[in-house]
Design a protein around this ligand. Sequence first.
Ligand SMILES: *[C@@H]1O[C@H](CO)[C@@H](O)[C@H](O)[C@H]1NC(C)=O
Ligand SMILES: *[C@@H]1O[C@H](CO)[C@@H](O)[C@H](O)[C@H]1NC(C)=O
Ligand SMILES: *[C@@H]1O[C@H](CO)[C@@H](O)[C@H](O)[C@H]1NC(C)=O
Length: 388
Amino acid sequence: MKSKGLAMVILLLSVHLTDGGDVYVTCVFSEHCVMPCSFKPGSEEVIHWLKPDGGLTVHTYYYSTDQLQQQSLRYRRRTTLFNDQIHKGNASLLLSAITLQDQGRYKCYTSTIKGNKESFINISVEAPVHLVNIQLSDDIITCSSKDIYPEPKLTWSTNLPSDMPLDPGTIQTSTKEDDRGLYDITSTKQFSRDRTNICTVTSGTRGETATLRQQDPVQCSPSSEVSIPCRIPQSDLLTFNLTWRFNQIVNILTATYTKGTPQMYINDQWKEQVQSMSESGSLQLHRLTVIHQGSYSCERSTSRDTHLFLTYLEITPDKQSAGTIVVVVFVTIAAAATTAVGVYMYLKKRGREETSLEGEGISDNQVNHLNEPLNKRGEEDRTTSSVG
Ligand SMILES: *[C@@H]1O[C@H](CO)[C@@H](O)[C@H](O)[C@H]1NC(C)=O
Ligand SMILES: *[C@@H]1O[C@H](CO)[C@@H](O)[C@H](O)[C@H]1NC(C)=O
Ligand SMILES: *[C@@H]1O[C@H](CO)[C@@H](O)[C@H](O)[C@H]1NC(C)=O
């Protein structure tokens, strides 16, 4: 009877001690995470970290040192206690390289000469959306994001709130789960011209957005300078990356802004063409050739969103050399006409001397034969005149 009563008291005591309820902690995939646990300081500390679901031993400490002989393989070299804090009653465990298998409920058991205690920590793991990619190819726009948990959702919209929601039949979205349990998501749809195309990927309570807009083509000639604008809405964030790409694949330059100060890297292959980048992000190019005709994109990515702005650059024949050709042709024609008129005047004069023939017929002939070699025309003119 007496021992039964004692057992009852101990049971009540342990219920009381765990009554604080589970502590919930959200950890980030692949990073490290602190699982909190504290106890009333006392000597001869014993700490057991266990994962009852699966019967795993996570970490053990007694005789003032780690005792890892029984540690489950899954936690090998991933756990650390804050050794200098244990005497203050801190039994928190640092777990590194978090995976999805680390999710679940953990038990922290502590004991000192003053008594023992159990507490429970419920760990959930997230792999937040950290980058949303957006691309345009042949009027099909593709939005994608990788390595996400829990399962993400993707939605399309435009900058015009009056736009009807897109017909789901025109959108193709697919989600794939990899062997780590993370999700990749990809969606395609027809590109909406004259609009900002917006793609939002959300997972849990958090989301990230990517936008894409295309503007009218810009033209320039090979010998001239050109400025390609980067019309991306202003952001209050001072830490971001700005990347200019050619045909959306080749990096031209990358500027990494940290607290507003840029660090710029220009691709060696573009050093000759890149003159500068303005404060607004527009790109100044020169010494272009036809191979530089194509799509130029400026992309700004912050921790919250990505904006992509596309401009097609058309390299038209050099205006200056085209002008020169026009002048040369004009001068040639003028010279030919002058000569023809000279010949006509001469013939007319001679004709007046020899006969009383009118010059109108000859005049028509001269116009018709303007493209023929001069001497041949001269002969013909003479023939015409003598026939007349
Ligand atoms: C234990 O110590 C670590 C390292 O100083 C600290 O991050 C953590 O918050 C402490 N935990 C508790 C429960 O005191
Ligand atoms: C941990 O907490 C989540 C809610 O955040 C709950 O769904 C899950 O069942 C809990 N796990 C355990 C083992 O209690
Ligand atoms: C900027 O680029 C660097 C290097 O690629 C990357 O580590 C960093 O996370 C990027 N920052 C933002 C805000 O996207």
